[in-house]
Design a protein around this ligand. Structure first.
Ligand SMILES: C[S@@+](CC[C@H](N)C(=O)[O-])C[C@H]1O[C@@H](n2cnc3c(N)ncnc32)[C@H](O)[C@@H]1O
Length: 216
């Protein structure tokens, strides 16, 4: 008896510690996401981000209270799930764009299985063509596709980035040899209303560029 009482008391705390956030009570939406992510651990095979990068996105969205997120490069939805999980706590939603139909369809299935589909508008198409028509504003933009187009995405989306918002690009270190990444970093660092850091701990490095004020 004593053993089971301590399990009930300690169990949620251990889950909480493991995930670095509020405990997930059985049957809760958090528990559903957690169980889904557990079931998929080491199963993400379509160029998906790592779990620790997912946590980085999750923590950033929560810390800043972001609610309007856009992702370019859904793949099968790993990063989308981490972002939407955080957005489920801030009252936000995510638009995510993927060009490959089989990946898009797999992502849609995964979003549903994680119980996050109502927060995610998953679009199938070429982001190069879709981005100009996206309405915005966004307070979190995550570019994880098509890295040679990074500067073009930045130029198209900067007017739609809310003050205080963040424009993040995955793999800026590991793919730093690509012209699109080099040109993007040079351009964003040249703007006095953007503050850029690179999360070196993230796999391949993630640049985080915050809009500190509206451009003059
Ligand atoms: C690195 S993967 C994204 C991984 C995903 N963010 C995750 O962690 O689960 C890049 C994805 O971008 C997609 N992609 C490439 N070019 C694209 C474009 N022009 N528009 C939309 N998606 C594109 C690829 O098909 C691929 O699935």
């Amino acid at each position: 008896m004593r053993k089971s009482v301590s399990f009930f008391l300690l169990g949620p705390c251990l889950v909480s510690l493991a995930f670095g956030q509020a405990s997930t009570s059985p049957g809760s939406p958090d528990e559903r996401v957690r169980l889904f992510l557990d079931s998929q651990k080491d199963q993400w095979r379509e160029e998906n981000i790592t779990e620790s990068d997912g946590r980085l996105l999750y923590d950033l969205i929560l810390r800043k209270g972001y609610t309007r997120a856009l992702e370019i490069g859904t793949s099968t939805g790993h990063s989308g799930i981490w972002q939407a999980w955080a957005l489920s706590k801030t009252g936000g939603a995510l638009i995510t764009v993927e060009i490959e139909e089989f990946r898009h369809l797999a992502a849609v299935r995964n979003f549903k299985a994680a119980g996050l589909d109502r927060l995610i508008d998953a679009r199938l198409g070429d982001a190069r063509k879709l981005v100009p028509d996206l309405e915005g504003p966004f307070d979190f933009i995550f570019i994880d596709a098509d890295k040679n187009w990074a500067l073009d995405y930045f130029k198209a989306l900067l007017p739609k980035l809310a003050p205080g918002g963040c424009f993040a690009v995955h793999n800026v270190s590991s793919l730093g040899y690509m012209k699109g990444i080099r040109d993007f970093l040079e351009a964003v660092r040249g703007l006095d209303f953007m503050e850029t850091t690179i999360e070196a701990a993230a796999s391949g490095g993630i640049s985080l560029s915050f809009k500190t004020k509206s451009p003059a």
